[in-house]
Design a protein around this ligand. Structure first.
Ligand code: GLP
Length: 251
C-alpha cells in the first residue's frame, strides 16, 4: 500500500486528479469506479478543468459508481446519480449511456444487484476504483458487519451513517434507510484502488483501514488485501496512524 501524506484537501484532489487524468489520457476507454460524497468533489472539479483545457477526452470512458440510495430515483437531488451528473458528468464529454449507477428505484432490487455485478464483469472490471471512507470505516455503503459481503447488495444503513449523511437532506428522517452498494468482490476487482481522505473525522477510519486488522467491523480494511492501493490523505486523517507507520514527516 502506498500512502501519500498531503498538507491540504486541495493537494489531495490535485494528486488524485493527476492519477485519474493520467489513466484516462493513456487509456481512452478506461473504466473508472467512482464515488460520491464530499471527499472526491475537488478531484472531479479538477478533472473537469483538465477536460475544458482540452487535456482529457472522456468520450470513450465508462464509469461505474459504488452505490445509491434505495427509494431515490435519479432525478432526486440527493440521489447519487444526480450528484454525479451535477458534479462531474454534465461538465465533460462523457456519454451518459456509459455511466452506471445502481438503480435505487428498481422494482426487483435483488435483480438490480445481480445485473450490476454482471455489468461490471461485462465492462471488464474497473481500471481504477476511487474510494472515500465513512467515519465508521465504510466503503461504498458496506457498513461495519460480522462478515464481508462479496456481491452487490442492499444494505440497511447504520444510525451513524444516517446521522452523518443527514447534512445533505432537510432532516435526518429524509435520509433513506436502505442503499445498494457494490460488495467487496466488486471493489477489489478493480486493477487499482485509490482511497482519499482528509480531516480529523476520518483519522480513526483511516488508521483502522490502513493499519488495523482486516475485519468486516472496519469495512475499509479490506483494501489491505489488494495488491495495488494508493491512499492520499492529509496529516489530520493520518493522525491516528501508528507511530511506526507514520507516513507524514514530523512537523
Ligand atoms: C457516503 C458514501 C461513501 C463515501 C462516504 C464518505 O455515505 N456512501 O461512498 O465515501 O460516505 O463521505 P464523505 O466523502 O462526504 O465524507
Amino acid at each position: 500500500m502506498k500512502i501519500i501524506c498531503v498538507e491540504t484537501e486541495e493537494e489531495m484532489s490535485a494528486r488524485a486528479a493527476s492519477l485519474i487524468g493520467g489513466l484516462v489520457a493513456e487509456k481512452k476507454d478506461a473504466v473508472l469506479g467512482l464515488a460520491t460524497g464530499s471527499t472526491p468533489m475537488g478531484t472531479y472539479a479538477l478533472l473537469i478543468r483538465m477536460y475544458l483545457e482540452g487535456r482529457l477526452d472522456f468520450s470513450k470512458v465508462r464509469t461505474v459508481n459504488l452505490d445509491e440510495y434505495v427509494g431515490l430515483d435519479g432525478h432526486h437531488p440527493q440521489s447519487y446519480r444526480a450528484f454525479m451528473e451535477e458534479h462531474f458528468f454534465q461538465h465533460i464529454n462523457i456519454s451518459l449511456a456509459n455511466t452506471y449507477v445502481p438503480n435505487g428505484v428498481a422494482e426487483d432490487i435483488d435483480h438490480e444487484c445481480r445485473s450490476y455485478d454482471e455489468r461490471l464483469e461485462r465492462l471488464g472490471f474497473c481500471d481504477l476504483q476511487l474510494l472515500g471512507i465513512g467515519e465508521n470505516g465504510h466503503i461504498g455503503f458496506n457498513e461495519p458487519a460480522g462478515h464481508f459481503t462479496p456481491e452487490c447488495h442492499c444494505i440497511e444503513l447504520t444510525e451513524n451513517t444516517i446521522a452523518v449523511n443527514s447534512r445533505f437532506f432537510d432532516s435526518p428522517e429524509e435520509v433513506p434507510r436502505l442503499a445498494l452498494t457494490l460488495g467487496m468482490r466488486g471493489i477489489l476487482s478493480a486493477r487499482r484502488l485509490l482511497l482519499l481522505a482528509f480531516g480529523k473525522k476520518k483519522a480513526k477510519a483511516i488508521a483502522g483501514a490502513c493499519f488495523g486488522p482486516v475485519t468486516p467491523r472496519v469495512p475499509g480494511s479490506v483494501i489491505q488485501l489488494h495488491p495495488d492501493v494508493t491512499v492520499i490523505a492529509d496529516r489530520e486523517a493520518l493522525s491516528m496512524a501508528p507511530q511506526a507507520n507514520q507516513p507524514c514527516a514530523p512537523n
